[in-house]
Design a protein around this ligand. Structure first.
Ligand SMILES: Cc1cc2nc3c(=O)[nH]c(=O)nc-3n(C[C@H](O)[C@H](O)[C@H](O)COP(=O)(O)O)c2cc1C
Length: 165
């Protein structure tokens, strides 16, 4: 697919068919994240891929997790609590965008989930992630789309931009 087509046609996918996701396909998508821009090359992203046992544990408290074929937790290294940490969070978001675009290019859908379920402190113990070292940016749900929702309209460029002399 053309890059511009991938960018425009990418959609958040919340409902998945039962088709299993090959590990190599998931790895290729995650590897695309490693090439995201990040200031001072901090590479602040960390990925935890949940196995079936861990997913089932999380689903005890959050049943909807059970319907997600693959769950990957994304965390970000803490740094100075200030500018660097803000930039590192932005870098992780860039990585997630790369991951979603790479996945989409291969027919794999993804949702970035960012609520309490996906970023709360309950995740540290369950996922063996040190709370002093990393904070959660979200859970990524991967799978093959049951259906592709229609895009919701974006504001035109003219409405969100200005050109100065
Ligand atoms: C920082 C961030 C957090 C998000 N959190 C959620 C979420 O918790 N649940 C959800 O359904 N979608 C979440 N999304 C996805 C957006 O809802 C989605 O991108 C938006 O509805 C536009 O749809 P599209 O991705 O198909 O273009 C998140 C996106 C971003 C960038």
């Amino acid at each position: 697919m053309e890059l511009s087509q991938v960018i425009k046609e990418r959609r958040t996918i919340k409902d998945f068919n039962g088709q299993p996701v090959p590990d190599e396909l998931l790895d290729r998508a995650l590897e695309a994240g490693l090439w995201a821009q990040n200031h001072r090359l901090t590479q602040p992203w960390r990925f935890t891929i949940l196995g079936e046992t861990t997913k089932a544990r999380l689903a005890q408290d959050f049943p909807k997790i059970a319907s997600k074929p693959v769950v990957v937790a994304v965390s970000c290294l803490h740094s100075d609590g200030g500018e660097q940490e803000r930039e590192d969070y932005a870098a992780v978001a860039c990585a997630i965008q790369n991951i979603q675009l790479e996945a989409w290019n291969e027919g794999l859908g993804m949702q970035w989930s960012s609520g309490k379920m996906s970023t709360g402190s309950h995740l540290h113990e369950l996922l063996e992630v040190d709370a002093e070292r990393e904070f959660f940016v979200g859970l990524l749900f991967f799978g093959f789309p049951l259906e592709i929702p229609a895009a919701r309209a974006r504001k035109p460029l003219a409405e969100v931009s200005k050109r100065l002399p």
